[in-house]
Design a protein around this ligand. Structure first.
Ligand code: TYD
Ligand code: MG
Length: 479
């Protein structure tokens, strides 16, 4: 491969042989920067001169011994859940998140828990001085944990230090953007450096069996800054997210070679660090005022875990020619779709109204099953009729207005019951008899809400007890 300077996009890692203002691979402007020396795409082979011929190795079949990945539980249940049950030796996890969200706090807590359990744990900070990390540990009451601490940025030194003595069970590198390796000539923080440093640390993890956690910064547009390439190299990619204005923090796996990717860990940022939240629904519904129009409780799922959150809507006549649509915590495209379906199939006219939708608590919902809760909140806000306080909602709305089945209905209902909700409004579970009491079309939902309008107290009486309201069949009573 040709040596000499190459021009590397700092956002996506694309390599060019001359400078250009716009990266053709990712479309980024001014991201292409000259980097000296051979770029590490050449791989480790380039560092082994004189090996022209490869070694012949045996190939194997699909059947055979499987070594189940042994895992080390860190003792932080929420972290372990996202990691797929604990840290796998030799695995590398990339933890991304906005600055100040609590990555360093989480990792020092995880490190301390593991060290207290008798494992060797090293915490290498490239951003903060040892004294700063100590200060944080003291604030968290973790000073006595036998974590081995250093403020270092040279990867060769770090690997040499960690390789001496007993193999660490866990090494935390905070952050990968501050690390640099002698094998790459460009400046620290460039894509080549980050990639080179990550490669060296991954090689160390695989050869020694140490679990390595790399912290990665996130750019404004939500990508782990620069080294998107690193995402492909590591075993797990997790993000730590949360609204800075709220104290909830969510740890979410985006990629996991050793476990599921749909699990979340929920934490609460307190004065004494991140507290695990084993019952997130209670937290997300705390302070809820069920008697206000425009709020609906969504019975959602995050992985295998049911999660109840409040969806809030505000619909108001708009003075603007193009009414405003604003969404926090949900997909704006789905809001547009739900509005269009309500208008086209249920006669709910929202074209002259500003529409605001918010998921309480700073949570971000990704499930299509939230459609029905959003629709209920919207209709409730428009009509001014509060939804029955004992209802939870779930169901995907199709373009035809049909309410489509969603997964894991029993788990959703169980969580709702646990928190004192008496009724679930949603589609019938797949495979259930056609006559089962459930919602099949969004018009059913609108009729139910509209008929309850003006007399919200009525909604508290048991369902099905009022003759002459055929629509009651659409409010399943599962108590
Ligand atoms: P930090 O872990 O340094 O964030 P990151 O490494 O992701 O940049 O967390 C910094 C924020 O957390 C800071 O704004 C203060 C807050 N915090 C608490 O509220 N309580 C605590 O006990 C600690 C240690 C931090
Ligand atoms: Mg930090």
């Amino acid at each position: 491969m040709a040596k000499g300077p190459s021009f590397v996009c700092q956002s996506c890692g694309a390599v060019y042989n001359r400078w250009r203002g716009k990266c053709e691979a990712c479309g980024g402007w001014n991201t292409v920067v000259e980097e000296a020396g051979s770029h590490p795409l050449a791989g480790p082979a380039s560092t082994r001169p004189g090996r022209a011929r490869g070694r012949v190795f045996p190939l194997e079949g699909l059947a055979g011994d499987i070594k189940d990945a042994p895992r080390t539980r860190t003792g932080n249940a929420e972290f372990d859940r996202v990691a797929g049950g604990g840290l796998v030796p030799g695995s590398v996890l990339l933890l991304g998140g906005d600055p100040g969200i609590g990555k360093s706090t989480l990792l020092i807590q995880v490190s301390a828990a593991l060290a207290r359990a008798g494992h060797r744990v090293a915490y290498i900070s490239g951003e903060e001085a040892v004294a700063q990390v100590r200060l944080r540990a003291e604030r968290l009451g973790l000073s006595s944990a036998p974590v081995e601490l250093a403020a270092e940025t040279n990867v060769e030194d770090i690997v040499a230090t960690l390789s001496a003595g007993a193999t660490p069970r866990l090494a935390v590198i905070d952050s990968i953007q501050t690390m640099w390796t002698e094998t790459v000539e460009s400046a620290p923080g460039t894509v080549s450096q980050v990639r080179g440093a990550a490669q060296a640390l991954i090689r160390f993890a695989k050869s020694r069996g140490t679990a390595v956690i790399l912290v990665g910064h996130v750019t404004k547009d939500g990508q782990i800054a620069g080294p998107r390439v690193v995402e492909h190299m590591v075993d797990c990619v997790a993000s730590f997210e949360g609204d800075p204005g709220h104290h909830f923090r969510i740890l979410r796996a985006a990629k996991n070679r050793f476990g599921p990717t749909d699990e979340i860990g929920v934490f609460e940022m307190t004065d004494h660090g991140l507290a695990e939240v084993p019952n997130p629904s209670e937290l997300f519904l705390a302070g809820r005022d069920g008697a206000t129009p425009g709020t609906a409780v969504f019975a959602g799922m995050e992985g295998t875990r049911p999660l109840l959150v409040e969806v809030q809507a505000l619909v108001a006549p708009s003075p603007l020619a193009t009414p405003r649509r604003a969404v926090v915590g949900w997909d704006p495209a789905r809001l547009s779709m739900v509005l269009a379906v309500l208008e086209a199939h249920a006669g709910v006219r929202l074209g002259q109204h500003d529409v605001y939708l918010n998921v309480a608590g700073g949570l971000r919902i990704q499930e299509p099953a939230a459609d029905l809760a959003a629709a209920a909140a919207l209709v409730s806000s428009l009509t001014g009729a509060p939804l029955p306080a004992e209802n939870v909602y779930f169901g995907e709305i199709g373009l035809s207005g049909a309410v489509r089945p969603v997964t894991q209905i029993p788990a959703r209902i169980k969580e709702a019951q646990k928190l004192g909700f008496a009724r679930a409004v949603g589609p019938s579970p797949p495979g259930e008899a056609a006559g089962a009491p459930a919602l099949s079309h969004v018009t059913d939902l609108v009729t139910v809400i509209a008929s309850a309008g003006g007399a919200p107290g009525r909604a508290r009486s048991p369902a099905g007890g009022r003759p002459g309201r055929p629509r009651d069949r659409s409010e399943p009573d599962y108590a």
